[in-house]
Design a binder for this molecule. Structure first.
Ligand SMILES: [Zn+2]
Length: 279
């Protein structure tokens, strides 16, 4: 039995101390592939370099992605230059990373829209401003276009912006990472076969019954598994650092919810990931 963690950030500082042990635990848990996801230009390059320069255990393949996270949109508001031009310059840098290593880079992302508002934010916090929303939309649009141009799937981060996100995506093949959609969004997604839904450990949290419902009704051939390591530890390890081996726990939960075997979940989600990432 093999599993694929379709979303991890292996270059994060919190992995430095015990990196080899952490990777070995992933291999021991049956992880065959990890997608090492970039969140800005520098980290997209770092993710790729790590993918190329690390000696991975036998049987484990690691690929990377190129993307700019919606939280990064804020920096495009701090320039007096033409913002579209500034975004476009960075998109060209992402494209260069891909062009130099087309065999290793398998997706554009993570990118998307994050309209979540923290109640602790004060009024001056720019995350709340329409300007910031507009910058996010510009940045996301540019990455959708890049994915189309390079014929790569998109890894989408979406928080409290489902209507806008799904409208912008159109028929672009996309992975809805760390899925958090409510039932009406899930219904829409079921009918749009270009979308894969990637479940992370937030599906194990007690309050998220609606996500367990989504896993029950979504066809298995549209589901992917991920950890978003080092973030988002499962309920059993909440508050701790997360790591790719925990993807097995999510696979088991989906098997239980659907009343099918762990092996079936592993086999189908592995096939799904290979298909969408073309690996
Ligand atoms: Zn992530």
């Amino acid at each position: 039995m093999t599993l694929i963690d379709t979303h991890a950030h292996l270059y994060w500082d919190s992995f430095k101390e015990d990196f080899d042990e952490m990777i070995q635990r992933a291999a021991d848990a049956g992880i065959s592939t990890i997608i090492n996801v970039g969140v800005d230009i520098e980290k997209s390059q770092v993710a790729l370099d790590q993918t190329k320069n690390t000696k991975w255990p036998k049987g484990l393949s690691v690929y990377s992605t190129i993307g700019i996270h919606p939280h990064e949109a804020i920096k495009y508001g701090q320039t007096i230059h033409d913002r579209s031009k500034f975004v476009q310059e960075d998109i060209i840098k992402l494209e260069e990373i891909y062009r130099n290593n087309p065999d290793r880079v398998v997706a554009v992302g993570e990118c998307g829209l994050d309209f979540f508002q923290n109640n602790n934010d004060n009024d001056h916090n720019s995350y709340k401003s329409h300007n910031f929303y507009n910058l996010q939309i510009k940045l996301f649009e540019a990455q959708i276009n890049l994915a189309r141009k390079l014929r790569l799937p998109l890894i989408v981060h979406c928080r409290e912006a489902w209507d806008e996100t799904l409208e912008m995506l159109g028929d672009q093949p996309a992975i809805l990472h760390c899925y958090s959609g409510f039932p009406h969004t899930t219904q829409y997604i079921i009918h749009n076969t270009n979308f894969y839904v990637s479940f992370a450990a937030n599906i194990t949290y007690p309050k998220n019954e609606y996500l367990r419902e989504a896993a029950k009704i979504l066809p298995l051939d549209r589901i992917l598994l991920e950890t978003d390591s080092p973030f988002l530890a499962p309920q059993s390890k909440r508050g701790q650092r997360n790591e790719p081996s925990a993807v097995a726990e999510i696979a088991q939960l989906i098997a239980d919810l659907k009343g099918i075997s762990l092996e079936e979940v592993a086999e189908q989600t592995t096939n799904n990931a290979k298909k969408i990432f073309n690996i």
